[in-house]
Design a protein around this ligand. Structure first.
Ligand SMILES: C[S@@+](CC[C@H](N)C(=O)[O-])C[C@H]1O[C@@H](n2cnc3c(N)ncnc32)[C@H](O)[C@@H]1O
Length: 269
């Protein structure tokens, strides 16, 4: 699953704005609409493996699930209408504002916590980060971007411990960064998913995530294949909750040695 978390700074959280003035009184909602489009649309289709999360003014989260969203069209105005409808329904508990679009009150900290709890690995995209090309990425990345303005000081502080990747020295538009990221990941997916092999099996989601994080520290990307939903079966019962850690064949030996050194003898079969 790919995720994009975009921080919107000026859109009125009340949803009180006219769709005739997205760049003005709607607080550059056009930028967020383009980001949603770049995240989810391909020609004549939607990326079902992608989710977009918009965090508006550090207080309202709108989550758009690519595998469930309906009525989303490529034009900015109709996307803005769906987002406006969501904003108007924001409450402390998450509600489905329209098919596949969920809204809740939130903050950057809780949105990040929630992403991590759902198995995502937040990564900040910024000009001054490390080169994207050279980076080993987690299997479930959640890319964090700002809208048309810079991250605030408070956001920078919250994000400072996260990996920070750059798509080059030029400052690009949010939607451009998303398109480039998809392009780069699509290339890697072709490479990585062709022939992943089983490296180890565990029966605990948090442990699997720890191992993936450790492998990433050694620049070894790994995917998790779950035998049952982690939220339902966090612990094994007769094989339920089995999580397979998959790596590229060329990383297998080194990955197993690392797991052996830091955790235990890898389970091979
Ligand atoms: C239009 S830029 C933000 C505005 C800009 N920082 C400014 O005020 O001059 C939108 C976002 O795209 C991402 N971004 C822009 N250029 C990037 C690059 N070269 N590499 C990675 N991310 C980039 C960052 O997350 C940035 O906050």
């Amino acid at each position: 699953m790919r995720r994009f978390l975009i921080l919107g700074h000026k859109v009125p959280v009340s949803g009180e704005f006219t769709l005739n003035d997205l760049p003005g009184s709607a607080g550059r909602l056009d930028v967020l609409c383009r980001a949603v489009g770049a995240s989810l649309f391909v020609s004549h289709g939607i990326r079902r493996d992608t989710e977009v999360v918009l965090l508006i003014q550090n207080s309202v989260e709108i989550r758009i699930a690519g595998d469930r969203v309906r009525h989303l069209n490529p034009d900015e105005r109709s996307t803005a209408a769906l987002l406006q409808q969501a904003l108007k329904q924001a409450a402390s508990e998450e509600v489905q504002a329209s098919p596949g679009i969920f809204v809740s009150r939130s903050s950057l900290e809780s949105t990040l916590d929630e992403l991590v709890a759902r198995g995502a690995w937040p990564v900040v995209l910024h000009e001054d980060g490390e080169s994207f090309d050279a980076a080993a990425l987690p299997a479930d990345p959640a890319f964090v971007l700002s809208d048309h303005v810079e991250f605030t000081e408070e956001e920078r502080t919250t994000l400072e411990e996260l990996p920070r990747l750059s798509l080059g020295p030029r400052t690009l538009h949010t939607s451009q960064c998303i398109t480039i990221t998809h392009y780069l990941l699509d290339g890697r997916a072709d490479e990585v998913e062709l022939d992943l092999v089983l490296c180890h099996k565990v029966w605990s989601e948090p442990k699997a995530q720890l191992i993936v994080g450790l492998l990433l520290d050694f620049e070894i990307p790994a995917n998790l294949v779950r035998q049952s939903p982690p939220s339902l079966y966090p612990v094994t019962v007769n094989g339920l909750g089995e999580v397979r850690i998959m790596v590229r064949p060329r990383d297998l030996e080194r990955a197993r040695a690392i797991i052996r050194d830091y955790f235990e003898e890898p389970v091979e079969g």
